[in-house]
Design a protein around this ligand. Structure first.
Ligand SMILES: CC(C)(COP(=O)(O)OP(=O)(O)OC[C@H]1O[C@@H](n2cnc3c(N)ncnc32)[C@H](O)[C@@H]1OP(=O)(O)O)[C@@H](O)C(=O)NCCC(=O)NCCS
Length: 185
């Protein structure tokens, strides 16, 4: 049997820089959130495919909080690293910052975690990925956090499924009191 392969975090780390041009703006004149998400998906793919050395798909994206608006004319920089690998999945941590050329101010834009899964290009079935070599405490911490997020997400999904199953419109009507809605049925 072939020996299991391991790759370092550094071997697949990525940096992507993109100038925010006017065509990226929304009606409010700021950069469209979807434009930033698209760049995040691009760097997540590059990072995952570099680690796995095969085709990957986006399985899920954790919540994305936009911390500061991004202006047209700013330089967006995205950083991506493999935090955690399972059997066929990889958690990619992404940090985004934007820089204003005029004053050199760099502000955090958002961070998120993408779960990418390595798949066979023909069958589209998940395939195993190399393990991760952890070289320092920061990498060990990120791996442990990735394990935690995976466990919490599964527990949250199970709990939500159970809560939805238990919902009863007639019995739960009183929970609408104080909510921003009006009943007209
Ligand atoms: C992601 C995908 C390949 C998973 O296939 P599957 O048959 O459900 O595979 P499995 O249940 O065996 O899961 C494989 C791995 O993916 C992970 N996974 C599957 N769905 C997931 C999800 N929604 N979120 C996070 N991880 C997920 C599993 O935990 C597992 O990880 P592991 O191998 O490290 O233990 C499949 O659901 C798919 O192709 N989805 C569409 C992806 C796509 O088109 N993305 C672009 C959207 S625009």
């Amino acid at each position: 049997m072939a020996e299991k392969e391991f790759r370092t975090v550094k071997a697949s780390q990525q940096v992507l820089k993109e100038l925010m041009v006017p065509s990226y703006a929304n009606f409010g004149g700021k950069v469209h959130g979807g434009q930033i998400l698209s760049l995040m998906d691009k760097i997540a793919y590059t990072c995952a495919a570099t680690h796995a050395r095969c085709y990957c798909v986006t399985a899920s994206i954790d919540s994305v909080d936009f911390l500061n608006p991004v202006e047209v004319g700013e330089l967006l920089t995205l950083y991506a690293s493999v935090n955690y690998v399972g059997k066929s999945s990889m958690e990619i941590g992404i940090k985004v910052v934007s820089e204003d050329f005029h004053n050199g101010i760099v502000k955090p834009t958002n961070t998120s975690y993408f779960t990418m899964v390595a798949v066979d290009e023909e069958s589209r079935k998940p395939v195993p990925v190399p393990g991760l070599v952890l070289e320092d405490d920061a990498e060990i911490k990120r791996f442990l956090e990735g394990m935690m997020r995976r466990r919490f997400k599964r527990a949250y999904k199970d709990e939500l499924r159970e809560a939805r199953r238990a919902l009863d419109v007639d019995q739960d009507l009183e929970r609408l009191q104080g909510e921003n809605c009006r009943l007209v049925r």
